[in-house]
Design a protein around this ligand. Structure first.
Ligand SMILES: Nc1ncnc2c1ncn2[C@@H]1O[C@H](COP(=O)(O)OP(=O)(O)O)[C@@H](O)[C@H]1O
Ligand SMILES: CC(=O)N[C@@H](CCC(=O)OP(=O)(O)O)C(=O)O
Length: 287
């Protein structure tokens, strides 16, 4: 690259940083819950960029809290073990054998990979699951889904303890029942429950589509609760998008200011959403 072009690039970088000032001020000390879906965890490079974004957020005074999924990774392991699996309305029917695999993959592999990626970027991250420190107490959501948990009580004290010390919590979506059972919680549902309990400023749901699409396949940049309910009823919103939008609505009802469904495959998706006027994906605000 010629020196002149290089200078121009750095000037643009400095300008971008300068323009971000009002957004940096707006989010100083804000709590941002970020759900990283399994489909958004595409490449090693993507994970590296995500980890750097989260570390940068922490560095500039935002409190990021990561809740992850791992559906595709669980599918791979179940296939290797020859265990059949089916989904009902975006949730995995979970028997005892499936639960063991879900816990092994989420806590043992996906969670530690994310923690390691953040550590490699110089951030301080601690991995935990909803079973730790009474974080998420569940009951069975529906007998037909087996060990799928519905969060009934979230105790966010451990998260406050960690964020006060500038530590980034990375949470696997598992919960415990009153009788000591382990429950499999949909990652979006877990993120929404945590966002509501913390009265988070933002809930970012990172997935593998540009946002919520209408019947024509166009991304809707803003969505209301009534639009969402209509789109679920007529089948425009289906599969894994159902728990996502329901989570967004539940989190808003619980006190979160806004929820955004955005494309986690886009580099720096979180920074784009929080710190630029551009925004990203589909935003649902508290009505
Ligand atoms: N109206 C819609 N707009 C966008 N995506 C939709 C819609 N309805 C269903 N989907 C599907 O939902 C998927 C996202 O859910 P899911 O696969 O569970 O993601 P993640 O693993 O990120 O949680 C998309 O890849 C898409 O196939
Ligand atoms: C109950 C339920 O469906 N749990 C999910 C948990 C992981 C998850 O939510 O992963 P994604 O965010 O990548 O879809 C599952 O077993 O796949």
């Amino acid at each position: 690259m010629r020196k002149q072009d290089m200078n121009r690039d750095w000037i643009a970088t400095a300008q971008t940083l300068s323009q971000a000032l009002p957004y940096l001020q707006r989010y100083a000390d804000a709590t941002v819950v970020i759900k990283l879906g399994g489909h958004a965890m595409g490449s090693d490079e993507g994970m590296q960029i995500f980890a750097r974004d989260v570390t940068l957020m922490r560095q500039i005074g935002v409190n990021p809290i990561v809740v992850h999924g791992g559906g595709p990774m669980i599918n791979d392991m179940l296939k290797r073990l020859d265990i059949k699996s089916e989904f009902v309305n975006g949730k995995r029917v979970t028997d005892a054998a499936t639960m063991q695999v879900v816990e092994m993959v989420l806590s043992g592999s996906v969670n530690s990979d994310i923690v390691q990626s953040i550590s490699e970027q110089g951030g301080r991250a601690v991995g935990l699951s909803g079973k730790d420190s009474n974080l998420i107490l569940c009951e069975a959501e529906d007998p037909a889904l087996g060990l799928v948990g519905k969060p009934v009580k979230v105790d966010p004290r451990i998260l406050r303890d960690l964020t006060e010390k500038d530590i980034i919590p990375v949470i696997a979506p598992l919960g415990m029942g009153v009788n000591g059972e382990t429950f499999n919680i949909n990652g979006d549902t877990a993120a929404g429950a945590i966002a509501a309990a913390l009265q988070a400023d933002r809930l970012l749901l990172l997935t593998d589509v540009a946002g919520v699409k209408n019947a024509e396949g166009e991304v809707l940049t803003e969505l209301t609760a009534s639009q969402i309910n209509e789109m679920i009823a007529d089948g425009t919103i289906a599969g894994g998008m159902i728990p996502k939008v329901q989570t967004a609505l539940d989190a808003l009802a619980g006190g979160t200011r806004a929820a955004v469904i955005l494309d986690g495959r886009v580099p720096n998706a979180c920074l784009l959403e929080l710190f630029t006027p551009h925004g990203a994906g589909s935003i649902i605000r508290r009505g």
